[in-house]
Design a protein around this ligand. Structure first.
Ligand code: 6A9
Length: 784
């Protein structure tokens, strides 16, 4: 080939990674098509904030501190959900994903209730009201002061207008900060305008004047929403009240950097300092909403909120039957809040990932796109993760199928021309600000288990086609070409050398510090695989995921009348227990396992260094030469996949063996659920590098436990020699999991990322109302 065509081809390869799939997009083109879900608490990473589903939205948010208690120089200003704040508890207690939410936040001395209601009307997305109610936690604190800041700002480069309407001038700044020419003024409302919102007005209403100590405002410009807290803090002054001569930590009013000549604020903050208990209502009204009768506040708000809450509780019971099943009020509240925090944690993000393929020298930007998605953890990772989202939507689809369809549509629209979807979605500056650089780039050989097939399976499995709505059929039809490309990506780019063999890409073959090179794509990060990654590897979990994908593809093809023969054949081939056994059953260890170049005897050792030299990092030492073999010295989540994906025939002897092993406390069984790796595995609870503590090497994870319970339920309902045993295990495992997660919630105030296999204690990050929320489906016994 000529040099020129080589360059052209090279250029083509480089651009594939960030070229969108050319099929039609499946997200509705404008968010106004979802008026009921246009405004919402779509900023999961802040304690309380409101946002619209626009690429560049008006953002609203809350910060607070206690002026009497603030340490000198440190206000302990609360804003982003942060584990370091050590809040005793926070999370949505009720949230329906559409009309309203009620959140409780327990800070050291105060309890805040933040609620909101959205209301349709006009033609610019309607109205909303937020209410922040603060109570002291101890009687002695009645009368103590709390400061609330409520801000409005325009998202990244968002164009629009924010015009503060001021109150009477009752403060004197003279002698306090002479640099500021601005006058101190209170604030009653903000007028605003953006292209999407049209004209709007936001008004502030606080509890009776007697409890108000001080009000103030700030209007200024910020380059990005990440800088709101900094801007606010640098807008604080110590100011004296003209009348009372009291000094207050106060916002400075109008404040612009010198070079800013336009003086068009894109950040407006209201401050209210008042005595506990204190309440603030923020009323957002669209000017296009003409027929509004009363302002949505006070009693009008109370009445409507009560109505929504009641309907929500009724709906919840009718969908999950927890009362009918005999769960206590406390247990029901726990389940309600678990689901509410998952749904209340749904965010709307806009931006682009950084991606790279082997053909790119440097990472390149993906295209800008929106993502409507739930998040695993509001404090630690308030952003979208691909395989987590499948688990989230097993729950969400039970509550509101429309929301799940919408979420999946957004994820499928992030598919590139190769059929790949980036695993971790760090979109927009708010999300990016929380991620260290080394974690940002997404590589196109790295997938993540296709858990949306679990969702589609659950949504359509037991539903006769005549019961499926026309809208859903249409949406499935629209999604189909994208599902085809997704399936093909898994089936071709993760294929191994022989039919039926697959392996996760992206393991570091050159790694010297890792005890066992990670496979982040699998979602099970440091779960031990073959010690030496090679193309001969066969990954059992991946093979089972693809089996599931083939099955669901075939059934969707049936539903929408497409040709599904190819998928059906793949499913028949991959689910053949004989082939599965030939490729993955270790007859000596009597367990399903990965296959690969493996040594059971590796360890981390610190190389010798000369005196005076810095200590070198520990490196891996291979004490026994690796051989091509089953990775059957380990037993854990990966080894359970033929059970998990329900591929085993009910009369399979292998199933019998697996069910026997499942109950052994020396292996995976604990009173709190199944641990991720058997106590007898060489890498049980071992660090992967000296800086990298065990993650999927012992702790109990709820997503996999849910899938096991679901499979046990399945095998308890189909006739076979293992039916009784499956039923016993089903009941026991389900009860252990529910009891422990609930107990830990009561003890700590949170649902956790994982649970300790020795004590059952919650660990990792909190709150983690991602897949740990599956406890709800365990309670309701929903495995559809
Ligand atoms: C890196 C930290 C201050 C790891 O739940 C999300 C994922 C799962 O998909 C995966 O299976 N978690 C599991 O093994 C958490 C991943 C968090 C990465 C964050 C940057 C900086 O935060």
């Amino acid at each position: 080939i000529s040099i020129v065509s080589w360059f052209v081809y090279q250029g083509y390869l480089e651009t594939r990674v960030n070229s969108p799939l050319t099929e039609n997009k499946v997200v509705f083109p404008t968010s106004h098509d979802f008026p009921e879900r246009y405004w919402g608490s779509f900023r999961p990473g802040v304690y309380f904030g409101m946002k619209s589903r626009d690429t560049h939205s008006l953002l609203a948010g809350l910060m607070w501190f206690m002026p009497d208690i603030a340490a000198a120089g440190n206000l302990n200003l609360r804003h982003l959900c942060d584990q370091g704040d050590n809040l005793e508890q926070y999370g949505w207690m009720e949230h329906d994903g559409r009309n309203f939410g009620v959140q409780v936040i327990i800070d050291k001395f105060i309890q805040l209730e933040t609620s909101f209601i959205t209301k349709l009307g006009g033609n610019h997305g309607g109205d909303w009201t937020a209410r922040i109610h603060v109570e002291p936690r101890m009687k002695e604190l009645v009368g103590q002061q709390v400061t609330l800041f409520f801000y409005l700002t325009l998202d990244d480069n968002g164009k629009g207008l924010l015009q503060p309407i001021r109150m009477i001038d009752n403060m004197d700044m003279s002698g306090i900060d002479t640099n500021q020419s601005a006058k101190f003024l209170g604030l009653s409302a903000v007028h605003g305008h953006t292209e999407r919102l049209g004209d709007f007005r936001v008004s502030f209403h606080h509890s009776d004047q007697n409890s108000i100590v001080h009000t103030a405002f700030l209007s200024t410009t910020v380059a990005s929403p990440n800088l709101v807290k900094d801007a606010l803090q640098s807008g604080l002054r110590l100011m004296e009240d003209k009348r009372t001569k009291e000094r207050h930590i106060s916002l400075a009013g109008v404040l612009f950097p010198k070079e800013d000549t336009l003086k068009q604020p894109n950040l407006v903050v209201l401050q209210v300092t008042g005595k506990l208990p204190l309440q603030l209502e923020v009323v957002y009204e669209s000017n296009s909403f003409a027929e509004r009768e009363t302002m949505l506040r006070g009693e009008t708000y109370d009445t409507l909120l009560q109505k929504h809450r009641k309907e929500f509780r009724n709906q919840f019971e009718s969908k999950f039957h927890l009362q009918k099943k005999g769960f206590s009020d406390e247990e029901q509240d726990f389940a309600v809040s678990a689901m509410s925090n998952l749904i209340g944690g749904i965010g709307y993000f806009y931006g682009s990932s950084k991606v790279q393929s082997v053909h790119n020298k440097e990472p390149v930007p993906y295209w800008n796109a929106p993502l409507y998605t739930a998040v695993p953890s509001r404090s630690f990772f308030p952003r979208g993760f691909l395989w987590d989202e499948g688990f989230h939507n097993l729950i969400i689809s039970q509550w509101d199928r429309e929301i799940s369809f919408d979420i999946m549509a957004h994820w499928f629209d992030l598919m590139n021309v190769e059929g790949w979807i980036p695993r971790e979605q760090i979109l927009g500056s708010e999300a990016r600000a929380r991620v260290p650089d080394e974690f940002v780039v997404q590589r196109n050989n790295q997938g993540n288990p296709p858990t949306f097939f679990l969702v589609l399976d659950a949504m359509f499995k037991n539903r006769p086609v005549r019961d499926i709505s026309t809208l859903e059929l249409e949406q499935l039809n629209d999604m189909w070409p994208r599902l085809v490309s997704w399936y093909n990506w898994f089936n071709t780019s993760l294929h191994g050398p022989e039919p039926g063999s697959y392996y996760w890409r992206g393991r570091d073959t050159a790694s010297v510090r890792e005890l066992n090179p990670k496979s982040l794509s699998s979602g099970l990060d440091d779960y031990p695989r073959a010690s030496h990654p090679t193309p001969d590897e066969r990954h059992l979990d991946l093979r089972c995921w693809i089996t599931l994908a083939a099955k669901v593809m075939a059934s969707i093809a049936d539903i929408i009348g497409r040709d599904g023969r190819k998928y059906h054949e793949a499913f028949v081939f991959l689910s053949d227990n004989k082939l599965l056994n030939a490729q993955h059953w270790s007859p000596t260890a009597k367990r399903y396992a990965d296959f690969g170049l493996h040594s059971s005897n590796v360890t981390l050792r610190r190389p010798k260094s000369n005196p005076g030299q810095p200590k070198p990092d520990k490196i891996r030492v291979v004490l026994e030469e690796p051989t091509l073999r089953y990775v059957d010295d380990t037993f854990g989540y990966v080894n359970l996949f033929p059970l998990i994906i329900e591929i085993l025939q009910p009369d399979s002897p292998q199933l019998g063996q697996l069910l026997l092993d499942l109950r052994s406390p020396n292996l995976l069984w604990t009173k709190y659920g199944l641990r991720s790796l058997s106590k007898t595995s060489p890498l049980y609870n071992k660090r992967n590098t000296e800086h990298d503590p065990p993650y999927w090497r012992g702790p109990i994870w709820i997503n996999v436990n849910y899938l096991v319970v679901r499979a046990l339920h399945h095998y308890s309902t189909v006739e076979g020699p293992h039916q009784t045993r499956a039923t016993l295990l089903y009941n026991e495992l389900r009860e252990n999991l529910i009891a422990n997660i609930f107990r830990e919630y009561k003890r700590t105030g949170y649902i956790w990322e994982q649970y300790n296999d020795a004590s059952g204690a919650g660990q990792g990050c909190r709150p983690f109302t991602g897949w740990s929320t599956l406890v709800l489906l365990l309670m309701s016994e929903t495995y559809a």
